[in-house]
Design a binder for this molecule. Structure first.
Ligand code: IDP
Ligand code: MG
Length: 150
């Protein structure tokens, strides 16, 4: 099974979308294995978005992500990274398909509601930034035997 890191951004929290987002990922069949609600300190924001440090939008991205509490999660499932990215939709909510989280709930690339890791390597790195191994749970979902063919 694969793991991915998902974060409801401050706009998603302030707009009351945490429950809807958890619900969509749960119903898809992914398994929630870790979660925390907190306001991120600057070093962890910089670390998470390190590939964007030199981009012109980085200062406003940092201000946005530190603008309020976020809801951090780790989700598990087969191909969890790409499954979560498809559920989340394209970076720009204007272009994200209807039926995706960003497509249904966003309007602006700078307020796109949610983050999801873009590769298994990024997922491992981002999970490590925000969670200690002991904070990640191992359990069986009661529907696991019907969610997968094998
Ligand atoms: P992703 O979140 O879909 O992986 P990335 O290209 O990794 O997209 O960008 C990270 C985050 O930076 C985006 O989710 C968005 O919040 C912000 N961002 C990306 N491009 C822009 C931009 O052109 N203007 C403002 N914010 C941007
Ligand atoms: Mg990204």
């Amino acid at each position: 099974m694969d793991r991915t890191f998902v974060m409801v951004k401050p706009d998603g929290v302030q707009r009351g979308l945490v429950g809807e987002i958890i619900s969509r990922l749960e119903k898809k069949g992914l398994k929630l294995v870790a979660a925390r609600f907190e306001k991120l300190p600057e070093p962890r924001v910089t670390d998470q978005y390190r590939e964007h440090l030199s981009k012109p939008f980085f200062p406003s991205l940092k201000q946005y992500i530190m603008g309020g509490p976020v809801f951090l999660m780790v989700w598990e499932g087969r191909n969890a990274v790409s499954v979560a990215r498809k559920t989340i939709g394209a970076t720009n909510p204007q272009e994200a398909a209807t039926g995706t989280i960003r497509g249904d709930y966003g309007l602006d690339i700078g307020r796109n509601v949610i983050h999801g890791s873009d590769s298994p390597e990024s997922a491992a790195r981002e999970i490590g930034i925000h969670f200690k191994p002991i904070e990640i749970s191992t359990y069986t979902r009661i529907d696991e035997s019907v969610l997968y063919e094998y």
